[in-house]
Write a protein that binds this ligand. Structure first.
Ligand code: HEM
Length: 413
């Protein structure tokens, strides 16, 4: 990557306000946790959707929620959400059931909505590129360069807006880099995110080139991957299957890591003593990330389809219902964490549900952690005396089903 990124184009493509408004509950600026505490203390499971139960009057369609004609339930305790994740046969991730067998994955049929054997097969194909051991591969090939390139674009200014100019661009540049897109094309990919056919046209020549001559990147790994069917025969992924993976990774990994990084920087910048401590002792970055994804996970709700009549923590849920898991509430369950509303990096480590659980647990969580760690370290290394800009409006947490920060204007030097 030799060129500087066109930062004005980055700003245009990652319009913060627009992004939150388009993405469910955009203008929400309250803290949902008091409502979630009240709901959780009444019952583990409630009939209704999370936003209705939390007092939002916006229709489900505004939030992009599925299946308006089905019955909806929501789970608010850690134990209930965890139990649901551990039983994918009863609580499937697509309305078609837990085990869709056979058939070629259509471009829209991503791994996220597959179940059972088919999901295991597809996931195991890519899993090896997403293990903790592979984090270094991601860092060395794409993350480090991306982060440095972005900081280069504002390091001499003494001020920056980190949410868009830094946090938003890192995950997109990382994933597009791993697909073999040069950095100047990465922003075109971002632009094409909502028009999959355009994106596929951009991927076609890369997939064809890697079929000819594989390289050390993710798209080559997909091209070379072999899947074994029930009869034990192996075959390579088809082009549409590769496009489907690529679209899933871009969709699942971009907004999430952007907004989670904005949340973490908001937390650190509004606690100068903590920022100072982390700056002096970088081993604190890990507990900061762990505590931040517990305290304010960017995607606080995922849904499952109920495949058979079931009694769950005292509530009867009929087959065919949709069950929403309020991971944000589960992560602040006082049964599991003392003083759950306090941001405290000295807590004993304990798994949270910020990255989900069960067979669909976030595939990219180690990549996300690597992006967050490298990004935070580089900011602290390269921008001395980093602080919120006192002349700009304070940053706030916004969004309901996609939580993040408003602009993060900083000064340094
Ligand atoms: C801080 C950032 C991130 C958060 C909080 C996050 C959160 C999650 C959660 C909660 C799930 C489970 C969804 C469910 O239960 O239905 C999930 C799944 C997934 N995530 Fe992430 N994610 C993040 C970053 C990433 C990145 C960087 C990538 C890719 C490089 C990624 C790829 C995926 C994929 C492919 C799945 C679906 C896995 C499957 O169906 O087996 N995520 N993520």
């Amino acid at each position: 990557m030799s060129r500087l990124l066109d930062i004005d184009r980055v700003r245009e493509l990652f319009d913060l306000e627009g992004s939150y408004l388009a993405a469910s509950g955009g203008s929400y600026q309250d803290d949902p946790n008091p409502a979630w505490h009240a709901l959780r203390s009444e019952a583990a499971i409630h009939p209704g959707t999370v936003h209705e139960l939390s007092g939002l009057s916006t229709p489900a369609s505004f939030h992009g929620l599925p299946e308006p004609d089905r019955q909806h339930f929501s789970a608010f305790t850690f134990a209930a959400c965890d139990a649901v994740y551990r039983d994918p046969e009863t609580f499937a991730s697509s309305p078609d059931g837990a085990d869709i067998m056979g058939g070629e994955a259509a471009i829209t049929n991503s791994m996220l909505s597959m179940g059972g054997v088919q999901h295991r097969r597809y996931r195991s194909l890519v899993q090896t590129s997403f293990t903790p051991a592979k984090a270094e591969w991601w860092i060395r090939n794409w993350i480090e360069e991306t982060v440095d390139l972005l900081i280069d674009s504002f390091a001499s200014d003494g001020r920056a807006e980190l949410n868009v100019d830094f946090c938003a661009a890192i995950p997109v540049l990382t994933i597009t880099g791993s697909f073999g897109f040069p950095v100047e094309q990465a922003l075109d990919v971002r632009q094409a995110l909502h028009t999959p056919l355009e994106l596929i046209e951009m991927l076609m020549p890369i997939v064809a080139a890697r079929r000819e001559q594989p390289q050390d990147d993710l798209i080559s790994m997909l091209v070379e991957a072999e899947i074994t069917d029930e009869a034990g025969a192996t075959q390579r992924l088809s082009d549409p299957e590769i496009y489907s993976f690529a679209l899933l990774l871009l969709a699942a990994g971009s907004g999430t890591t952007w907004k989670q990084m904005g949340i973490i920087l908001n937390i650190l910048l509004s606690r100068p003593e903590l920022l100072d401590a982390v700056c002096n002792d970088r081993s604190l970055i890990k507990p900061v990330i762990d505590e931040a994804v517990r305290w304010l996970p960017t995607d606080p709700m995922f849904s499952r389809w109920v495949m058979k009549d079931v009694e769950l923590f005292g509530t009867q849920i009929p087959a065919g219902s949709v069950l929403h898991l309020c991971l944000g509430a589960a992560n602040r369950d006082p049964e599991r964490w003392e003083r759950p509303d306090e941001f405290d990096i000295t807590r004993p480590p304990k798994p949270t549900l910020a990255f989900g659980g069960g067979p669909h647990i976030c595939l990219g969580m180690h990549v996300a952690r690597a992006e967050l760690t490298v990004g935070l370290n580089a900011l602290l290394d390269r921008l001395p005396n980093l602080r919120l800009d006192p002349d700009q409006p304070a940053s706030r947490f916004v969004g309901f089903y996609e939580r993040g920060s408003t602009a993060l204007p900083v000064r340094f030097g």
